[in-house]
Design a protein around this ligand. Structure first.
Ligand SMILES: Nc1ncnc2c1ncn2[C@@H]1O[C@H](COP(=O)(O)OP(=O)(O)OP(=O)(O)O)[C@@H](O)[C@H]1O
Length: 347
């Protein structure tokens, strides 16, 4: 943890993230969308945690809540808590909340949505580095950001960050505009930029979706390597259970705004407990060929979600009790599931 920060200390031992029973609505022109019903999730220092689920289940919304980039309103947190680095965000003055956010790096799905086509990579990286530095004790010094020393120091740092993502000729990349780089290279630049502020947590939201298949694997390997080398914690959001297996120590499965199952990734995917997780696993195409099975039905309309377990209308094992919301129970060490098929009352 950098020691020159201007906000109160954060705990290095505490979970990097702890979301507890989080509930959040969107107030829209059509009514209240009850998107996040119960997200409970923990990320410990140094581990990469996966968040998987179908499109529209609330994975990106969860990431945005952590990043503090959801406009409130229309988003309204109704219950639960968000703790980062051992601090409950609700109890923090906004200045400290902002300062904490600088420990969180974000790698988005599509680099072109983030990189400005009109500026060189150097300009964009220098800008970000100076922005991060602006909160440090050197703030007054760095505020004179147009002095040559500051810019050239930031440029050196940018080149150093590009080396960290194995870009062999950083000077050449710094001089380029985003459009002059390949998709894989742009995503590397974003990974380098994500390191600008010495983050403790990296949130990657489907970071390889916009890449072609040949560079996807290399980018995933690089991200994993980077997180390990830099000693970061990571939240990796993906549809791809194979990727989750490869890089995530533990995984949370999310359905319609609820983390329905979590556990160590291997055991979770090898022997899923929740019928939704089972459906996701069965939907993976097999090497032997044949069509993967899909889960019939769709993610519910958040304006009028089903009562109780939101998966019940699509669940092959649903029964009367599923009209009520199931408790999250510990089924094995580190393995939790929110489903009436498990727990004390299951029999
Ligand atoms: N700004 C917003 N205002 C209102 N509703 C929103 C807003 N952002 C997201 N939603 C709602 O939240 C739901 C979940 O969206 P989210 O992007 O988190 O899904 P996801 O699981 O990340 O899907 P994908 O994998 O396709 O990115 C959406 O279907 C939408 O109804």
């Amino acid at each position: 943890m950098p020691d020159s920060l201007s906000f109160p200390s954060v705990s290095v031992q505490a979970p990097v993230v702890r979301l507890n029973g989080l509930r959040m609505d969107f107030h829209t022109g059509d009514g209240v969308e009850q998107v996040i019903k119960d997200v409970t999730l923990r990320i410990d220092p140094g581990e990469i945690v996966g968040l998987v689920g179908e499109s529209g289940c609330g994975k990106s919304v969860t990431a945005k809540l952590l990043l503090g980039i959801l406009p409130m309103p229309p988003a309204v947190v109704k219950a639960g808590s968000i703790e980062m680095f051992g601090r409950d965000l609700a109890g923090l003055p906004s200045g400290e909340r902002e300062a904490l956010k600088k420990f969180v790096a974000y790698v988005p799905q599509d680099p072109s949505a983030v990189l400005n086509p009109s500026f060189t990579i150097a300009t964009q990286m220098i800008d970000m580095i100076v922005w991060y530095e602006s909160d440090r004790k050197l703030a007054t010094y760095f505020r004179k950001r147009h002095t040559r020393t500051v810019v050239s120091r930031a440029r050196d740092h940018a080149a150093h960050l590009l080396e960290k993502v194995y870009i062999a000729d950083p000077e050449q990349v710094l001089r380029r505009y985003p459009v002059q780089l390949s998709g894989g290279m742009r995503q590397r630049v974003l990974l380098a930029m994500a390191l600008s502020g010495s983050p403790q947590l990296m949130i990657a939201d489907e970071p390889t979706t916009a890449l072609d298949v040949t560079v996807q694997k290399r980018t995933i390997d690089l991200l994993k390597d980077l997180v390990e080398r830099e000693g970061l914690a990571g939240l990796y959001i993906t549809h791809d259970l194979g990727v989750a297996r490869e890089i995530c120590a533990r995984t949370y499965v999310m359905y319609a705004g609820t983390t329905v199952e979590n556990g160590p990734t291997g055991p979770l995917l090898d022997a899923p407990l929740h019928p939704y997780t089972r459906g996701l696993v069965e939907a993976i195409p097999s090497l032997e060929g044949g069509l993967p099975r899909t889960i019939p039905g769709q993610v519910p309309d958040y304006l009028a979600p089903p009562r109780g377990c939101r998966f019940a209308p699509r669940c092959p094992e649903a029964f009367e009790r599923c009209r009520e919301t199931p408790e999250r129970v510990e089924q094995a060490p580190g393995r939790q599931v929110a489903c009436w098929l498990y727990g004390k009352e299951a029999a």
